[in-house]
Design a protein around this ligand. Structure first.
Ligand SMILES: [Zn+2]
Length: 274
């Protein structure tokens, strides 16, 4: 509170001096922000899209692999991406409102009490201007993060790439070719665990370096005290917490084996004819 104002208060005993009351703080707490039910309904939507599509993919890989409904999966992938973007933007908006509120409250505490004029300023478009400004500046710092969020979302990557994998179980996903080597041998993706050299059954991928291992192999590597990625030339430090199920690899292997089985049956039929 400036001394000029204090003087004017002393000189003008009728000045309406309004103590900062709990109603104002409560109003501020309930103003704006994203209602938690909106965020949780988007979360439910995301879970539902993933669940439905996973179920379809599982039944497909266990059944007749010649009948993939590609447009269904691609539509689901697009829906999932839209939901992730919406969720991201709403969370940004929510966070920026919280930042604004904290700023407003800090200002209020500094001026322990507000006079009528200050209250009017706050009640006018000042708060919304402030919130809007905070949102734009906060949002601009978050844009780079959005592409990382989408890229690192394993469910979205699965939905986006599963059609390609089903049609080309041994080929690297086109975008990935720009990244570092991965498990690519002679332009093909290895469907075998680099440690046991057996086909993957329960593949897990390292978040740090994107190398894939059979779960039991990498676990025994850890229990022998290993803390680096066991791939030659990759010195990335990894822990159990860095591993996530590599669903794309699992699908690659099951499609590859089914195709192999089909070929063997066709060869048998051919031999019988000869
Ligand atoms: Zn590695």
């Amino acid at each position: 509170m400036s001394s000029i104002k204090e003087e004017s208060l002393v000189n003008n005993p009728h000045h309406n001096y309004v103590p900062l009351d709990s109603n104002l703080l409560r109003d501020l707490d309930t103003t704006g922000g994203i209602h938690s039910s909106i965020l949780s309904s988007i979360e439910d939507l995301i879970k539902q899209i993933v669940k439905d599509t996973q179920k379809y993919i599982t039944s497909f890989t266990n059944g007749d692999i010649s009948k993939l409904d590609e447009s269904y999966i691609l539509t689901q992938a697009e829906n999932l991406k839209n939901a992730i973007v919406t969720q991201f933007e709403l969370q940004n908006y929510d966070r920026s409102i919280k930042i604004s509120k904290t700023k407003i409250k800090d200002n209020m505490r500094r001026d322990a009490q507000l006079d009528e004029e200050q209250l009017e300023e706050l009640a006018d478009d000042n708060i919304s201007d402030m919130i809007e400004k905070d949102y734009y500046s906060f949002n601009s710092t978050q844009q780079g993060l959005l592409s990382t969020v989408i890229k690192s979302n394993a469910d979205y990557q699965l939905l986006k790439n599963v059609v390609f994998i089903v049609n080309n179980p041994e080929d690297p996903i086109p975008d990935e070719e720009d990244d570092e080597e991965l498990n690519v041998a002679g332009g093909k993706v290895s469907l075998k665990d680099p440690i046991s050299l057996q086909y993957f059954q329960d593949p897990v991928c390292s978040k740090r370096c994107k190398h894939t291992f059979e779960k039991s192999s990498i676990q025994s590597h850890f229990s022998k005290g290993g803390s680096n990625c066991p791939i030659d030339g990759c010195s990335q430090t990894i822990t159990r917490a860095d591993l996530y199920p590599d669903q794309l690899m699992r699908i690659r292997v099951s499609i590859y084996k089914k195709l192999e089985e089909k070929e063997r049956e066709e060869d048998d039929d051919l031999e019988r004819v000869i």
